[in-house]
Design a protein around this ligand. Structure first.
Ligand code: PGA
Length: 244
């Protein structure tokens, strides 16, 4: 594992963006695993800037997002599909049909999970997976549990995740209680992993995940077994102009 600590949030975001950009430059048809939340926003801003300067081209890439709330459609501003469109995809030259996000309004969410895994298999896996980390150690919506779950699955969100994500909704009651998330198997099978985290409140969980015991109580701890993980951390809180 490579651990890099930067002074500012923006330096952290820029370094992560550099790794994604290098991935696409060296393999234009890369499969990029992408994440939502506040932390990656600066990463997407850098990539959009470089795309606008003609420094990076996403026309042959495919993206696979980690998760989506059950019940939210793509027109819902709280859905992760909406987040990805507005914060990234609408500003770059990736064909929308090659941007995969689980469908939160699928009639049968379990069938959607199985279909999502099949699509990732057909892509021969993820080349580079960008991850955030929850304060409880979750990655995607793989919440602390008794076991690691390998495949894409429907999860009931923990109270701490619902509380943390309530800031994006009008009321905590509006936060969906269920989500579809990529399982730990697909995440671990990504050929490279870049995890971004910032803010004093994340310092302890980053340390615990990468130096503590490997346990499903801290899902990110499983990343210790991955041979190519870069962790980028900045103590600086997400600046106001970046946060959603
Ligand atoms: P955040 O979320 O970037 O909004 O802190 C990270 C996560 O929960 O994975």
């Amino acid at each position: 594992m490579t651990y890099i600590e930067t002074k500012t949030y923006d330096q952290m975001a820029k370094k992560a963006a550099n790794l994604l950009s290098a991935q696409v430059l060296t393999k234009p048809h890369s499969v990029l695993g992408l994440a939502t939340g506040s932390t990656p926003l600066g990463v997407y801003r850098w990539l959009i800037r470089w795309y606008q300067k003609d420094d990076v081209d996403f026309s042959q890439a495919t993206t696979v997002n980690l998760d989506e709330y059950v019940g939210l459609g793509e027109q819902d501003p709280q859905s992760y599909r909406y987040y990805m469109n507005t914060h990234f995809f609408d500003h770059i030259n990736i064909p929308k049909e090659r941007t995969l996000v689980p469908c939160g309004t699928a009639a049968d969410p379990e069938a959607e999970c199985r279909a999502y895994d099949r699509r990732i298999e057909a892509l021969l896996g993820i080349d580079l997976q960008l991850l955030g980390i929850g304060r409880n150690g979750h990655i995607g919506f793989n919440e602390p549990a008794d076991v690691f779950i390998k495949n894409t699955h429907v999860v009931t969100l923990s109270d701490s995740t619902v509380t943390a994500n309530a800031r994006f909704f009008d009321s905590p009651d509006d936060v969906p209680r269920r989500a579809i998330t990529l399982g730990m198997g697909s995440i671990l099978q990504a050929r490279k992993i870049v995890l971004v985290a910032n803010g004093a409140a994340k310092r302890d969980i980053v340390r615990e995940a990468f130096t503590g015991p490997i346990t499903p109580r801290v899902p990110a701890s499983l990343l210790q077994l991955h041979p190519d993980v870069t962790v980028l951390y900045s103590e600086e809180e997400t600046p106001q102009e970046v946060s959603v």
